[in-house]
Design a protein around this ligand. Structure first.
Ligand code: UT7
Length: 324
């Protein structure tokens, strides 16, 4: 019997907009009735990057993708597919992924977007892995890219202080050895909880606002329970325990949620990759941005076991385990 196709992660990249907005800037320059103290204590956020006019979901995604290709030493012409997780596409269509193909000069392969809000990167990773295991693609760019600053109601202090913009990318390639690469992914969604975190309108259901709305406290409550279940599921599927995990690279929504998950796994703080303090919540971009940072600064190394988990609007949630 031939060996099963295994998927390894060979490249990482990221892009953060030039403009940095601190919590104090929000209070002083933007006139929002908030404070650095409130935002830091409740969320761990100290600043966020905000896209300028020339920085779009597709341009940021393309830059993150370029870096991931360069890291892996792979030319764009060798890539079979581009998957972009985003809730903030430049246009309804063409998909951001297809626009990224054009940015990268790709003339072959295929691309499509994935809509799963803040869980989007885990969903895209799972989808790419499945495509690769079934033999439909051998090199796939998986990207999370978002401009949530353009989705926020800047008069709603309970949401506008929480998010930032950015893009992160990984390159996946077939050819991992046994026990290496993407070990498993676990996806969930429950539409009954759609009213806890949503955007109030879109082309198919027009509204005057089209802004992000969230019942923060309820989402927090679901996050603690559901992320915990998704992590248990990942460990159990691979016959592992929390002690086996070298790194947690979680979705970056709130430091209190991240700390809670680390505590559950008995992981010390220096084994958790945190960017929420500098990036805020970049939705589908947060995990690949955090991974990019930790790989490039030498924390996450070849052979390390990395756990990813995320929860977002839908609600959607999931986890992934990767041996780098
Ligand atoms: O990525 C998708 C997943 N998202 C998440 O996981 C987010 C989960 N939720 C959270 O992270 C937290 O619930 C928040 C950070 C959003 C909010 O923290 P909280 O401790 O749940 O606060 P709260 O919403 O219950 O608000 C507490 C108080 C309220 O005042 P009163 O009614 O107690 O007088 C708010 O009006 O804080 C007030 N408040 C603010 N004060 C200063 C809300 N926003 C602000 C603000 N600055 N920006």
């Amino acid at each position: 019997m031939s060996d099963p196709i295994r998927v390894r992660l060979t490249g990482v990249g990221g892009y953060l907009p030039r403009d940095v907005v601190t919590n104090d800037d929000l209070a002083r320059k933007f006139g929002i009735e908030t404070s650095d103290e409130w935002i830091r204590t409740r969320t761990g956020i100290g600043q966020r990057h905000i896209a300028s006019g020339d920085e779009t979901t597709s341009s940021m995604a393309a830059e993150a993708a370029r870096q991931a290709l360069e890291y892996a030493g792979v030319d764009a012409s060798q890539v079979d597919a581009v998957l972009v997780a985003t809730a903030t596409p430049d246009q309804v269509f063409p998909a951001v992924a297809v626009q990224v193909q054009a940015h990268l000069g790709m003339t072959a392969g295929f691309g499509f977007d994935i809509s799963a809000a803040c869980s989007g990167f885990v969903y895209a990773l799972a989808t790419a892995t499945a495509l690769m295991r079934s033999g439909q693609a051998r090199k796939v760019l998986v990207i999370g890219s978002e401009v949530f600053s353009r989705l926020l109601d800047w008069t709603d202090r309970s949401t506008c202080v929480l998010f930032g913009d950015g893009a992160g990318a990984v390159l996946l390639e077939t050819g991992a050895g046994e026990g290496e690469g993407v070990l498993s992914t676990h996806l969930h969604s429950d539409g009954r909880t759609g009213d806890l975190l949503y955007v109030d309108g879109a082309v198919g259901c027009p509204s005057t606002s089209q802004h992000l709305r969230m019942q923060g406290r309820e989402v927090f409550r679901h996050a603690v329970v559901k992320l915990s279940q998704a992590v248990d599921e990942a460990l159990e599927a691979n016959g592992l325990t929390g002690q086996d995990i070298q790194w947690m690279v979680p979705h970056q929504a709130n430091l209190r949620i991240i700390d809670g998950m680390a505590k559950k796994l008995a992981l010390s703080a220096d084994r958790v990759v945190v960017t929420v303090d500098r990036h805020a919540n970049t939705s589908a971009a947060s995990i690949p941005l955090a991974l990019n940072e930790a790989v490039r600064d030498g924390r996450v190394r070849k052979g390390d076991l990395v756990l990813m988990e995320a929860l977002g609007g839908g609600l959607t949630w999931g986890s992934a385990l990767i041996r780098m």
